[in-house]
Every structure is written in structure tokens, then in C-alpha cells.
Ligand binder design. Structure first.
Ligand code: ZN
Length: 158
């Protein structure tokens, strides 16, 4: 498996960041990153800067930057994915936590007693927990919706 590209996104790209995390990409985002911080993080951690800002995209300090042109989230995701050589199955990547970018892992339902509502425990078998913030995710309608959008976007890329 090839090494996945990692990103750092500017303040305009909050939802794109959450989506890239759900796809499984390590994506840093804060709603108060300054241009200086974005450049520093990009260089220090070898991350691609995602930005809506022409001036930043033109910066000669940056080696890796992608100017996001579209306003809509699906198009934005496509813009990112179409620039990376995809030699792996995107749908097989483990999602990262959309809230904090932490890695997630599967967790047994039995370990979640008292942490999730009964009806959720009853109607779901697979659970994930964020190793960083502890947020719990399950494969309900939310997951299905996300997978549907993922497939839709991937189909358009081909
Ligand atoms: Zn988290």
C-alpha cells in the first residue's frame, strides 16, 4: 500500500476536512489557522496545504499546495482525490475521527455498556471508537449515507 498523502486545510475548508477524515486521510484543520501556521505545518510535517486563497496557493514558500476552486463539497472532494495517485482502494481505508482527526479502531459492543443508547446497541453490530477523543461511531444510516457519497464521488473520478 502506498503512503497516503496528508493534508492541512485553511479556515474556509472545515467540511472538506471532515470529509477527508471520513475517507481516512490525516487532515489537520482549525478554524483559526493563520497562513504562517499553515505554511509551517506543511513544511514541517510534509502535508499538502488545501486552500481557497489564491495568494496563499501562489506562495513560493510552499512546496505542496492545492487551490480548491469549487464551492460545493462533493466537487471539492473530487478536486482533492483527482490529484492524488490512487493505488489503493479508497473505500477500504479506515475512517479517521471527523471531529478531531484521531485514528479510530473497532470496539466490541459489550465494552460500550452504558455509553450508547439501548436502541443503538440493539440495532447495530459494528462500532468504532476514536483513540484520541473517545467519540463512538456506529454503522447506522449515517455510515450508509457516507458510503453512498464516497461511491458516488469515486465513480465520477473514473
Ligand atoms: Zn476524535
Amino acid at each position: 500500500m502506498s503512503i497516503l498523502p496528508r493534508f492541512v486545510a485553511d479556515v474556509m475548508l472545515g467540511s472538506l476536512s471532515r470529509w477527508l477524515r471520513l475517507f481516512g486521510f490525516d487532515t489537520l484543520y482549525r478554524n483559526d489557522f493563520t497562513d504562517r501556521e499553515l505554511i509551517k505545518i506543511s513544511l514541517q510535517e510534509d502535508r499538502i496545504v488545501l486552500t481557497r486563497d489564491n495568494a496563499l496557493a501562489m506562495s513560493r514558500l510552499l512546496k505542496k499546495v492545492l487551490l480548491i476552486q469549487s464551492e460545493t463539497i462533493k466537487e471539492q472532494i473530487k478536486e482533492v482525490l483527482s490529484t492524488i495517485p490512487i493505488s489503493f482502494d479508497l473505500l477500504s481505508l479506515r475512517p479517521r475521527c471527523p471531529v478531531c482527526n484521531g485514528e479510530t479502531e473497532s470496539i466490541m459492543k459489550e465494552k460500550l455498556k452504558g455509553e450508547i443508547p439501548d436502541y443503538v446497541a440493539f440495532s447495530n453490530q459494528e462500532f468504532m471508537i476514536c483513540k484520541a477523543c473517545g467519540k463512538i461511531y456506529w454503522h447506522g444510516t449515517h455510515k450508509d449515507r457516507i458510503d453512498k457519497i464516497k461511491k458516488e464521488i469515486l465513480k465520477k473520478l473514473k
